[in-house]
Design a protein around this ligand. Sequence first.
Ligand code: ADP
Length: 410
Amino acid sequence: MPTKRPIDKILVINSGSSSLKFMLFSITTETMLAKGLVERIGDVGGNLVYQRDDEPKTEQAVNAENHGKALALACNMLVDEQRGVLASLKDVDAIGHRVVHGAEEFSDSVIVTDDVKNSIKQCAALAPLHNLANLDGIVACETVFPNVPNTAVFDTAFHQTMPKHAFMYALPLKFYDEFHIRKYGFHGTSHKFVAQEAAKLLGKPLEELNLITCHLGNGSSVAAIKNGKVLDTTMGMTPLQGLIMGTRCGDLDPAIIFFLARKGMTIDEIDDLMNKQSGLKGINGLGTGDMRDTVNAAARGKAAAQNALEMFGHRIALYIGGYHTLIGGADAIIFTGGIGENSVPGRKAIVSRLAALGCKLDDAKNSAAAGEFGYISTDDSAIPAIVIPTNEELMIARETYRLLGGAAIS
Ligand code: ADP
């Protein structure tokens, strides 16, 4: 009989169409041991980035024809004599995978089985590029680690508690029934992580908390959380809906699409326009979707960049006000993601619009909060505004541990 040992080393995989990101955790201490990524899978000129927790990152040219080869390159680093962190690949106890779309099939993370893989394939109708690439990562791991359990953690799962009146669009019913057109929401892993961290911080069970979580990065979304469950979120059937993002327009009058089509633009051109040329990139007059560039140009007096920052804050404040009403009053507003964690003017553009809710920005605290946990509201603010750095990979590792929890590995 082989001896059994508890789960500790969890490998987290985020497999995209041309890249594979990996992170290895010791989950019992919640320590990240090493991380990296393989870029340009299936193409020439690939790159392997690797970083051990205690060392600077390094890059080397590689060729990875497919996800299996990319994983093998990552594994070589993890067991490398000089720079590795594992004595053997046999030390990996479990693998957690990010999966983008779980549709209505998955309202929680799951242990991967053949049925689960088939369902992920079926959900790919809603996110073809993402889900099939996520599946490639799972299959690669099954080959390299034949006896190690895999889990799937879905970006959409945390939002599956949305009631029908929140997730339906006002199209004729058959479009929901036949084509599953509805709001799904994304960034669920991040919203869940910061909600759980907020509960720890506020010293209350998450089920007793009403929160508004703002994940603001290149892609951005806000979630309304009532008694620990998502009631609504700003992204929709796809990640295009909702906020003004780096290159995505977010909400607009859908008739603009017909108008542009009648002007002669093809559907693909409109898709590219709204997903890749719009948002901050489209409106700040700079041609980049980066918040830092926007803020710097605004500070130099560039009117388009100043307006972009105001549009960004206005749209988010609009949702926060609505969500505050719908959840019966927020106990806290949480900021996370690259902008939420770091951008002092970005947060100010939002919180300065929330005075009617009694949420008051503390300028000094806002200026001090950069990349780490911190309150940004005044002590007498009716609703605290708090920066909580997200960690989606750790959340995937935690979910993996929870699903396999108590189970011992042979
Ligand atoms: P993604 O959605 O691609 O994961 P991130 O969460 O990394 O994106 O967020 C990227 C955004 O965060 C960019 O707009 C960037 O300008 C902004 N950002 C990142 N770091 C900082 C910083 N130190 N100060 C201000 N903005 C920042």
